[in-house]
Design a protein around this ligand. Structure first.
Ligand code: FAD
Length: 370
């Protein structure tokens, strides 16, 4: 293919969950799509993720995108490739102040159309008997679920291919050129581009700042029935959306296999992918303080991943400033699995000049120029 020129209606660069969702949506719209991915489909941040589909409510724009996306995830509930499990999310309150905050969150989620219930301590322990004593209650979001993100990404790319999309597997985009992109083997692809390269965004679009935020996860042997819900502490948003250089939060998930997935950590200054025993210990101690029985379980593996993080925590979704044929979908931090499907729909509406279902302005990449 070296030196050859191929023409497309949309060239999707990167096949993580975000690029895969965009390629799928574009192909379903009847566009001639190219997908360029140097590694395994969904092998970047997508493969490192917990796969929790969750509405965070501390930023109204983020809540609107999550809500929109969660509606689309419902179409995957019966799909075997998604490994969809509707375990619900149970937010745990330690202390009355957190329980009061939970009541506000129940109201905020309810106003956005997300079913949520405030729980007293008795109901909390009926739902999750393994919790440590002295919890004050919590909030249950019963319709939320978990999926297996890299498998979904593969499914979406295959679905796009079945609609005619061409996958440039093992190839990367070396540079964006006027009216297209140049691949690392010299191939020129001609057409509008959509850059969905996650943490690697600045290599192609240095004008859009992005930081990689490291996270650790641990997975255990199988312990079916120990836990029933995705569990988080109500203080999780402080870790996720705070600006601390490093933080941990209680975030534990029962996988459909019976394994327990234990998170989560966030670090800005750690740039190597190695597992840090000190960070792992800090993260695990946090989870043991909520579920003491975790201390006795057999861990099988620990890994790290990097969340693509923009300066204001919102993804870039829209036209690259100053261009009409370059688009971007990147920077979803710790919510990119949840918001991938909604991001793709929003972007395709913008590309196709249709009115989007939600206000796109909070995500416009032009906000960085401002
Ligand atoms: C530990 C951890 C836990 C998480 N848990 C959750 C969770 O429970 N729920 C949730 O919603 N989100 C979660 N996330 C966040 C989520 O994983 C990310 O927001 C999401 O995967 C980002 O997807 P992406 O497609 O933008 O990036 P990626 O998955 O990183 O994909 C980008 C792709 O671009 C490719 N690429 C790079 N450069 C080029 C180039 N020049 N040419 C072509 N291709 C290129 C890469 O190879 C890669 O495959 C978690 C993240 C981490 C790290």
């Amino acid at each position: 293919m070296s030196g050859a020129i191929a023409t497309y209606d949309l060239i999707v660069i990167g096949a993580g969950i975000v690029g895969a969702s965009c390629a799928d949506a574009a192909s379903a719209d009847g566009l001639r799509v190219a997908i360029v991915e140097p590694g395994p489909i969904g092998g970047g941040a997508t493969a490192a993720a917990m796969g929790h589909l969750v509405a965070m409510d501390d930023d109204p724009a983020e809540l609107a995108l999550a809500r929109y996306s969660l509606q689309q995830w419902e179409a995957f509930a019966e799909l075997k490739e998604a490994e969809f499990s509707r375990c619900g999310t149970l937010w745990v309150a330690r202390g009355e102040a957190e329980l009061d905050a939970a009541a506000l969150r129940v109201a905020r989620l309810g106003a956005a159309g997300v079913e949520a219930h405030l729980l007293d301590a008795k109901t909390l322990y009926e739902l999750e008997p393994a919790l440590a004593p002295n919890m004050s209650g919590g909030m249950l979001v019963p319709r939320e679920a978990v999926v297996y993100p890299p498998r979904v990404a593969r499914y979406l790319v295959q679905r796009a291919q079945s609609c005619g999309a061409h996958l440039y597997a093992g190839r990367s985009v070396q540079t964006l050129i006027r009216g297209g992109a140049q691949l690392d083997d010299g191939t020129t692809l001609s057409g509008p581009v959509l850059v969905a390269t996650g943490c690697a965004l600045p290599a192609l679009l240095p004008q859009l700042p992005m930081r990689a935020r490291k996270g650790h996860l641990v997975i255990t042997e199988r312990y079916p029935n120990l836990l029933r819900h995705q569990l988080l502490e109500l203080g999780y948003a402080d870790s996720a959306h705070g600006d601390a250089d490093s933080s941990v939060a209680f975030n534990v998930q029962p996988r459909p296999t019976g394994q327990i997935l234990i998170g989560s950590s966030r670090e800005f200054s750690a740039t190597d992918a190695a597992v840090s025993p000190a960070m792992l210990q800090r993260m695990l101690e946090r989870s043991f303080s909520f579920i003491p029985a975790l201390r006795g379980l057999q861990a099988l593996r620990a890994w790290t991943g990097f969340r693509p993080t923009t300066p204001d925590g919102r993804p870039y979704l829209g036209a690259v400033p100053g261009t009409t044929d370059q688009w971007v979908a990147a920077g979803h931090e710790g919510l990119g699995v949840t918001t991938a499907l909604g991001s793709a729909r929003l972007l395709l509406d913008l590309i196709q000049s249709r009115p989007p279902a939600i206000d796109p302005s909070p995500y416009a990449p032009s906000r960085m120029a401002a």
